[in-house]
Design a binder for this molecule. Structure first.
Ligand code: TXA
Ligand code: MG
Length: 362
């Protein structure tokens, strides 16, 4: 199958109407979209990505839903959500959160309706819903009459794509098309929250922070490992998910505690030859002063220490270094604030990329 590079939303919509799968730009990362109500199309998404069937997809909806006085009711009428939600006492809060953050980088997990096949949600009784902000994605949704299931448009376990070239590198020949919308504005995937009648739980950090959500919901927000983290930590799929979000090359995280020192202790334990082929991803260039790093590739994500800029550049930098044949391994420092919003998101993605192996001091 030849993968077409598209520039018009209407052309992407035409392919989607034929139940093809097409990569679309979102404000976070590119998604691999297909008709969320057709199990056969959904299977094509899993096949193209080589994604295991137990990892559910997010369903993307049109901003038209937000014009409705009760967006949840609109989603229940379409059978995207289960009508049980209508009797929840926190319904008003859920809707004010939707209206506040959508369209935008927030995925909300709620009980699913009958129109969403089990293939989308991997047999979970819940579905992740997101109303993306990218104008091209919304334009595509305006041309079609069904919601779009869309995971990030990378092979399973690989770095999420933040431009159309990345998508081609990952999926050329496996998908019908990619709609080119340039570089993604946010650069890391959406914040995911799971909502029940009496709880709100953060499953994946993203641009929208836990404290912003707490203000909007008027309740405390708990944190829990994501579904994929839970699965990878359980015996369900031993070893299979170790490389989630990972570059092919080993990536070592430099803990914050090293960031004030003049040299990194671990460097001495790497053979000199391998150091020469290492690369450094620095959030804002803190280790400029290191004596022993002169020979390495250095990529500074934001000279202004802007978390927006770091997030926007993170995946493309990881990808570029991963593809560079001269580089054998990658070091990365971490943002100063790893607790909230984009700082937490960048730290989360770096930890996964490093397979949770920080540098050891000896
Ligand atoms: O920013 C984003 O969210 C991007 C763009 C394309 O929208 N999408 C994205 O999708 O990151 P994906 O599939 O790469 O990550 C979605 C995560 C998965 O790890 C999945 O486990 C989780 O969301 N998820 C989806 N539905 C779920 C559910 N019903 N319960 C728990 N976790 C769910
Ligand atoms: Mg993904």
């Amino acid at each position: 199958m030849k993968t077409l590079r598209l520039t018009k939303a209407v052309d992407a919509a035409a392919l989607l109407k034929q139940d093809e799968v097409v990569a679309l730009p979102t404000e976070t990362v590119y998604g691999l979209a297909g008709n969320a109500t057709n199990p056969e199309t959904v299977k094509k998404i899993f096949t193209a990505k080589e994604r295991p069937s137990f990892d559910p997809l997010i369903v993307h909806i049109s901003e038209k839903t937000l014009h409705h006085s009760s967006p949840v009711k609109a989603l229940v009428i379409e059978n995207i959500l289960n009508s049980d939600v209508l009797s929840w006492k926190n319904l008003g809060k859920i809707e004010s959160v939707m209206k506040h953050f959508w369209p935008g980088p927030l995925t909300i997990i709620l009980p699913k309706g009958s129109k969403i096949p089990a293939e989308v949600t991997s047999n979970q009784p819940t579905v992740g819903i997101r109303c993306p902000k990218h104008p091209l994605f919304q334009e595509v949704l305006a041309h079609i009459s069904f919601p779009l299931a869309a995971p990030s448009a990378n092979r399973f376990g690989r770095i999420s794509p933040t431009n159309a070239d990345h998508v081609i590198t990952e999926l050329d020949g496996r998908i019908s098309g990619v709609l080119d919308g340039g570089n993604c504005e946010v650069g890391v995937e959406s914040t995911i929250v799971q909502i029940t009648e009496d709880s709100v739980t953060l499953l994946r950090p993203g641009k929208i922070s836990k404290s912003e959500l707490e203000v909007a919901f008027g309740t405390t927000v708990a944190t829990a490992p994501s579904l994929m983290q839970k699965i990878s930590e359980s015996a369900v799929a031993p070893g299979m998910l170790d490389e989630h979000y990972a570059p092919r090359k080993p990536l070592y995280l430099i803990p914050v505690s090293f960031q004030d020192s003049k040299s990194i202790p671990i460097v001495s334990s790497f053979p000199e030859s391998s150091l020469e082929s290492s690369a450094w991803i620095s959030m804002s260039g803190f280790h400029h002063s290191f004596q022993n790093l002169e020979k390495q590739e250095l990529r500074i994500l934001s000279h202004e220490n802007s978390y927006e800029e770091m997030a926007r550049n993170l995946f493309s930098t990881m990808r570029e270094l991963d593809e560079n044949p001269k580089i054998t391994h990658i070091f990365a420092d971490v943002p100063e604030n790893t607790k909230e919003g984009l700082g937490a998101s960048i730290f989360d993605r770096l930890k996964r990329a490093s397979r949770n192996k920080p540098i050891q001091t000896n």
